[in-house]
Design a protein around this ligand. Structure first.
Ligand code: AMP
Length: 408
């Protein structure tokens, strides 16, 4: 069942606690990727435009949990939000439970936007402390979860807070609903053929996802460093490529399970190899075995062509993990080319979804993030959905009201 949307509740004259995920990358106070912030704007605007007061809250970085720290302040987010919204966004007080915070919230007018200081200034946040949640619960009339990237965590504001606000409306924001629609929706009812692309550094991180996907997809493409554990399992020489030797047996099991389930797993057939993972390293393309002293750092041109053919008919593509060491030139070519290939599929009507921080970064560097159907804002959270897990943080949210059909 779908969760109730913020748009489906009356907010006029009400205070709405919006748990967002503003845990954005910062470089000397400058936000280097603001997608998580931009995608919450429709939720904020929906409340403000209908006469509600917005109380935004998020964690940011890793404060010690012992009170206010200037270096961990949420201020860069409030300044950025002010620019995006073209409205004042006021930090409510020095910590989420400071008496000044409670006072600011009491005095707030309809249409005002407040932002609580970094939730992790309070040690109760990460501990999921019900007492901390009870304090937050007093601030608002409505709870709105718009923090997809934190849904797999049972922090107080994510889990104990909606429970503490039982009896009041507890709803989902636009960003959260969009993430669930794309990630959960396509896993449950994909347009076929459904093809998964998995890559990245480690098989161990993606084992559960691989197993769950095997029961749902029509084919799986495996690239990145994790492919070398599978290729080693098949007996190929992999030189000094990154590998998880302890998982070679597990990789073989998965290959056998895939054969039994008649789900093809496509592994690279050639590799752009380097002597080491640095920009000026000598490179060569290896077909099959990789000689000693060389490491596979990107998929080769024959693999790109083969995978373009596999992908050409896909109705749905889910992608998690880059296909090479894309941060280092020239090992970005395979990842970027496949990113452009699936972006073109999305433009032609297929559903193409990317999840995972590195995948989102790669797709954005390839310049095609705007062409994907959806690029998830939650790395860990999106992987957990692909693994088939459910978020208990969503249990306390209200279900969407049934659509009433009026007879003619
Ligand atoms: P993950 O966080 O597991 O998705 O892994 C992403 C990281 O895997 C990126 O930093 C890539 O540079 C790295 N990566 C992908 N392919 C390779 C490869 N063939 N060799 C070494 N690192 C790789």
């Amino acid at each position: 069942m779908a969760k109730c949307s913020i748009d489906q509740v009356s907010v006029k004259g009400k205070r709405v606690f919006v748990r967002a995920d503003f845990n954005v990358p910062l470089d000397g106070g400058r936000i280097t990727d603001d997608r998580r912030i931009r995608l919450t704007l429709p939720t904020i605007e929906s409340i403000v435009n209908r006469g509600g007061t917005v109380i935004l809250a998020s964690h940011l970085g890793r404060p010690a949990g012992t009170g206010y720290e200037a270096s961990e302040s949420i201020e860069p987010v409030s300044l950025h939000l002010e620019r995006l919204l073209n409205r004042p966004v006021r930090i409510a007080g020095p910590t989420p439970t400071h008496p000044q915070t409670a006072q600011t919230i009491r005095d707030a007018a309809a249409g005002e936007i407040l932002l609580l200081e970094n939730l992790r200034f309070e040690k109760g946040e990460k501990k999921g402390d019900p007492a901390f949640a009870a304090t937050l619960a007093q601030y608002a009339d409505i709870y709105c979860n718009d923090a997809f990237g934190a849904c797999h965590r049972t922090d107080a504001s994510m889990h104990a807070l909606p429970i503490a606000m039982a009896g009041k409306p507890r709803v989902a924001g636009h960003l959260l609903l969009r993430e669930l629609r794309y990630l959960q929706g396509i896993l449950d009812a994909p347009k076929r053929p459904f093809i998964a692309i998995l890559g990245g550094a480690k098989v161990s991180d993606k084992l559960l996802a691989l197993r769950n996907l095997l029961t749902r997809v029509d084919a799986i493409i495996v690239g990145g460093a994790m492919a070398y554990t599978f290729l080693k399992a098949q007996g190929m020489a992999i030189g000094k490529s990154r590998v998880e030797s302890d998982l070679v047996g597990e990789a073989l099991l998965i290959l056998n399970e895939a054969t039994a389930a008649q789900v093809p797993i496509h592994l690279p057939v050639d590799h752009v190899c380097g002597e080491s993972l640095v920009e000026s390293t000598p490179t060569r393309v290896c077909h099959g075995d990789i000689p000693d002293g060389w490491m596979g750092l990107d998929i080769g041109p024959d693999t790109v062509s083969a995978w373009q053919r596999v992908l050409s008919t896909a109705g749905t593509v889910v992608w998690n993990g880059p296909l090479g060491a894309f941060e280092t030139t020239p090992f970005e070519v395979g990842t970027f080319t496949i990113a452009r290939t699936v972006a073109a599929l999305a433009q032609a009507g297929s559903i193409v979804v990317a999840g995972g921080g590195d995948t989102a970064a790669a797709v954005s560097l390839a310049g095609v993030d705007g062409q994907f159907s959806h690029v998830s804002t939650g790395g860990g959270a999106s992987l957990e959905l692909v693994e088939g897990k459910k978020f208990i943080t969503l249990d306390a949210l209200d279900e969407a009201p049934a659509v009433v059909t009026v007879g003619v």
